[in-house]
Ligand binder design. Structure first.
Ligand SMILES: Nc1nc2c(c(=O)[nH]1)N[C@H]1C(S)=C(S)[C@@H](COP(=O)(O)O)O[C@H]1N2
Ligand SMILES: [Mo]
Length: 323
């Protein structure tokens, strides 16, 4: 006898979030956001006064973040988060983005949405991000180069953005393309990487409630060097999965080729889940350097410490092969 069960492939993406995830999401919403001042929120919104007022009210009435880092984790300072960056479009030195990104024009901004999606088109930031639903999330951020920080991001779940445009059930991956504008991005006048920078996620990863669309940090609008006006953060993956300054979202049934995989396929894969047991070919991933520390003496945690929430995405997968 064959039981006809509805598989996730039959369901629209908005319906497939499993129950435990809904629960943690609800808890998150209840305990949502840490103290963000009204003035800072005002700075966040590139929108009208009424919307700013609403965003302020929402943020003010939502206490304490749920996804706080553990007690041993201290927040990095605004200064640290905004002066030590990877954003090769502005150069490969950690200080280059802070030096050169200031001139980037981030208003107006539009995002092209295409591929396997029911509402393709060109969207503005405010069409994709619900400013009334902004949350603060304190996430560990782990670069593949084995440094890490702890950052209080402002944004919305990536799933809420993707659901606005209606991914089709046939879409199993989503690709994010970031800005190509060599006139404002000096690094793009070199061949240090292939431009534009492209990243991708499996749809179930992108729809996971921890995956976040970032528009700010420390209660302020996102500084350009951190990926204004729209950047992703996938906290259980190495930092290169978190594309900055996104201009295109494409839904597909084929696994996208991401920029770092193109650059060095033996060193950087598609999954890039933080994993202390799978060394990079040129260095260990067992420990990390928690900035501003000098020594690399913080043990790296499986899935960057988010394993209880994301390990089930990879059941049965060989994580050494799928690095
Ligand atoms: N467009 C683009 N996005 C990018 C990168 C980049 O070079 N270009 N670098 C990635 C890498 S390797 C990391 S570690 C993070 C760094 O984010 P941060 O500078 O906000 O800490 O951005 C990621 N997103
Ligand atoms: Mo990185």
């Amino acid at each position: 006898m064959i039981l006809k069960t509805r598989t996730s492939a039959d369901l629209p993406w908005s319906e497939v979030t499993p129950e435990p995830i809904y629960r943690s999401r609800r808890e998150f919403l209840r305990t949502g956001v840490a103290g963000i001042t009204g003035a800072a929120v005002a700075a966040l919104a590139a929108c009208g006064t009424a919307e700013v007022a609403e965003a302020q009210t929402t943020l003010a009435s939502t206490p304490n973040p749920k996804y706080v880092a553990t007690a041993a984790d201290t927040l990095n300072t605004f200064e640290q988060i905004t002066t030590y960056n990877n954003f090769y479009e502005f150069g490969s030195e950690k200080g280059d983005p802070a030096k050169y990104a200031g001139k980037l024009t981030v208003k107006p901004w539009s995002v092209k949405v295409d591929g396997m999606v029911s509402k393709p088109g060109t969207y503005g930031v405010e069409d994709l991000v619900d400013f009334k639903a902004l949350e603060e999330r304190v996430y560990r951020h782990r670069c593949v180069e084995a440094w890490s920080m702890v950052i209080p991001w402002i944004g919305v779940p990536l799933a809420s953005v993707l659901n606005k445009v209606g991914p089709m059930p046939s879409a199993t991956f989503v690709e994010f393309t970031t800005l190509e504008r060599p006139s404002e991005m000096p690094g793009q006048r070199t061949n240090i990487l292939q431009w534009p920078y492209v990243e991708g996620l499996r749809m179930d990863e992108a729809m996971h409630p921890l995956a976040f669309m970032v528009i700010g940090l420390y209660g302020k609008v996102l500084p350009n060097q951190n990926g204004a006006p729209l950047r992703i953060h996938v906290p259980w993956k190495y930092g290169f999965k978190s594309g900055k300054s996104i201009v295109r979202i494409r839904f597909t049934s084929r696994q996208p080729l991401n920029t770092w995989q193109i650059a060095a396929p033996n060193e950087y894969g598609f999954y890039a889940n933080v994993n202390p047991n799978v060394p990079h070919p040129r260095w260990s991933q067992a420990h990390e350097r928690r900035l501003p520390n000098f020594f690399s003496n913080t043990p790296t945690q499986m899935f960057n410490g988010y394993g209880d929430q994301v390990a089930s995405l990879y059941t049965g997968m060989d994580l050494k092969k799928n690095f």
